[in-house]
Design a protein around this ligand. Structure first.
Ligand SMILES: *Cc1c(COP(=O)(O)O)cnc(C)c1O
Length: 394
């Protein structure tokens, strides 16, 4: 693994100072978020796409305290499970403000939605289409296109490749749209989500071309959903004109589903060093690990790390978590001063797919999550208790 990248944009000084205060009050590991930073990302996206409807992909970070803020700013939600839809409603969202995607929608799930309030549904396969038509006649649907493109990102994140499990191949889309209408569904339009952490302009351009070619057979639609996937080193403004133009071709409202882009850089994971060790590498032994932040292990994701202490002699360290798996290393080759026991580190760009992918592996409770609102720390989620961990067991 290469050295971890330096932060594309460092923390705001006010937030970094608030982190020092949080470290006095709370035990590590914990997640901390900067609300101002989330808001500025929403505003930046609005500026680039003034006519688009934004649907935040809540799997990036589903804390209710964040969802309520987003709703206040007029951002809708994109969900991919029943639980997420119910969570969206708990945050105050109404069904028409929520889009449910995802490759598998069971009959039980669809029945439950009938009672709870029916969101807009993203159709991902013919099986999905037929089941929705049978159980939820008249439902509003969009249809996900598999553009069958090479997509430059980690294999696990490339949803727009022909080999991926997502969407309906473009050649089959016209017949699927006819079938949706004939089966009594309200067809709103097409959906394209190419993958996550994308940084190549060409991937977006080629994806848009696939949709453009479908216009001739599909005709005008109400909606054109171009998904999310904006990587942290990609400025979505680069595609704003092409995206809007494509939506205009369809006479459709443009929808976007940003996840990572809105929250990744607003979040940090705070951890403390409880020792150093030398094997064939230099390790810092820290209290956060794969159970707190899975991305390094799952995708080889590289998160910048900054020291919140001063010390002598900067050299390269690997951050070893507490889990008994040799892959439980949060970062490699991080240049850091020599720490004392208990010194703190901030793992950056951890606001997206950090806490939402955390687990209880080895009976580690879920960590505390706090939000800096500009004046004080708000607790978004208390640390999980041992009682909560054991609650479902006989
Ligand atoms: C995960 C997901 C997103 C958000 O992806 P990001 O890379 O976080 O922007 C958007 N749309 C769909 C369908 C998704 O599954």
């Amino acid at each position: 693994m290469d050295a971890t990248p330096s932060p594309s944009a460092p923390l705001r000084p006010e937030f970094q100072q608030a982190l020092q205060e949080a470290l006095q009050r709370y035990e590590t590991p914990f997640y901390a978020y900067d609300l101002t930073r989330i808001h500025s990302r929403v505003k930046a996206l609005r500026q680039s796409f003034p006519r688009a409807r934004l649907l935040y992909a809540m799997k990036a970070n589903p804390r209710l305290g964040i969802l309520r803020r987003l709703r206040g700013w007029g951002v809708g939600l994109e969900a991919v499970s029943l639980g997420e839809v119910l969570r969206a409603y708990r945050a105050g969202y109404t069904p028409e403000e929520v889009l449910l995607n995802g490759p598998v929608k069971t009959p039980a799930m669809l029945e439950e939605l009938r009672g709870a309030g029916l969101p807009i549904l993203g159709v991902d396969s013919m099986a999905d289409l037929e089941r929705i038509a049978r159980l939820l006649p008249g439902a509003k649907v969009i249809l996900r296109v598999n553009p069958d493109l090479p997509i430059a990102t980690h294999d696990h994140l490339a949803t727009g490749r022909g080999e991926s499990k997502f969407g309906i191949l473009a050649a089959e889309v016209p017949a699927s749209v006819r079938r949706a209408k004939q089966a009594g569904l309200e067809f709103l339009g097409l959906h394209l989500h190419l993958g996550s952490a994308l940084e190549s302009l060409e991937d977006f351009q080629e994806g848009y071309r696939v949709l453009e070619a479908l216009y001739e057979s599909i005709g005008p639609t109400q909606v054109l959903n171009l998904g999310g996937g904006f990587g942290l080193n990609f400025d979505p403004a680069q595609v704003s004109e092409a995206a809007q133009k494509l939506a205009d071709t369809f006479g459709a409202q443009l929808w976007l589903e940003p996840g990572r882009y809105l929250v990744a850089e607003a979040g940090v994971l705070l951890t403390r060093v409880w020792g150093t060790k030398r094997t064939r590498r230099n390790y810092l032994l820290v209290d956060a690990g794969m159970m707190t932040l899975l991305r390094p292990m799952l995708y080889g994701a590289q998160h910048p790390v900054i020291p919140l202490y001063e010390g002598p002699e900067v050299r390269a360290w690997d951050l070893a978590g507490p889990v008994c798996e040799s892959g439980d290393v949060l970062a490699r080759n991080v240049p850091l001063p020599t720490p004392k026991e208990g010194d703190a580190l901030a793992i950056l760009q951890a606001g997206a797919y950090g806490s939402s992918m955390s687990s209880n592996y080895l009976d580690h409770p879920r960590p505390l999550e706090i939000l800096w609102n500009g004046a004080e720390w708000e607790v978004l989620r208390r640390p999980q208790s041992l009682e909560a961990l054991l609650a479902e067991e006989a």
